[in-house]
Design a protein around this ligand. Structure first.
Ligand code: ATP
Ligand code: MG
Length: 165
């Protein structure tokens, strides 16, 4: 199934804005409409929204969250960047383990089971996509996944409106 990424991503970002209503976050979406993906909409939506909702959850008030979708070396890249609490380096390798959460003290405020990133990893595996993270405590985190050319497609974007014939 060829997915309508601009629509899927704008729904996710709208949901994140609703979720973050009282937190004063600035949540932005940058999306290249010419890049799209073959796959299952609901499974992909749940994986990508997990990354966006984490950014909302682990960013204190008035944060800045940037979600982007763009072409990358013939494939595509999805990135969520936040300026939230960040993650100490020694936790990074274990983040996608089931039930793993960075010290319960700080995450107890924000409920969660620690399954989100395990699910993300599982779904991305079905697209031969990898998950990368860069993070600095107190500064923020960037989660990024790269989809290979095999699962991506380029779409023609009309510049002049629809034409018949
Ligand atoms: P769940 O997603 O199951 O509701 P969760 O958010 O705790 O629970 P994961 O999404 O798997 O679980 O994330 C694992 C842990 O990684 C989180 O508990 C949190 O400590 C840390 N984490 C994930 N994303 C971020 C982020 N953007 N900024 C800071 N910490 C993060
Ligand atoms: Mg989560």
């Amino acid at each position: 199934q060829l997915l309508d990424m601009p629509r899927i991503l704008s729904v996710i970002v709208d949901e994140a804005r609703a979720l973050a209503q009282d937190q004063g976050h600035h949540i932005e979406l940058e999306c290249d409409p010419a890049v799209t993906l073959y796959g299952d909409e609901s499974e992909l939506r749940s994986a990508l929204s997990n990354l966006v909702f984490n950014a909302v959850k682990y960013t204190p008030k008035n944060g800045r969250i940037l979600v982007s979708w763009r072409e990358d070396a013939g494939g595509a890249r999805f990135t969520v960047e936040d300026n939230g609490i960040g993650i100490p380096a020694h936790h990074l390798p274990r983040l996608t383990e089931r039930f793993y959460r960075v010290d319960s003290g700080r995450s107890s405020r924000t409920g969660g089971t620690g399954l989100g990133l395990a699910i993300v990893k599982h779904v991305l595996g079905r697209y031969q996509a990898n998950l990368e993270v860069r993070s600095e405590p107190g500064k923020g985190s960037t989660f990024s996944c790269r989809f290979p050319p095999a699962v991506t497609a380029r779409r023609v974007v009309s510049l002049t409106g629809s034409r018949s014939g």
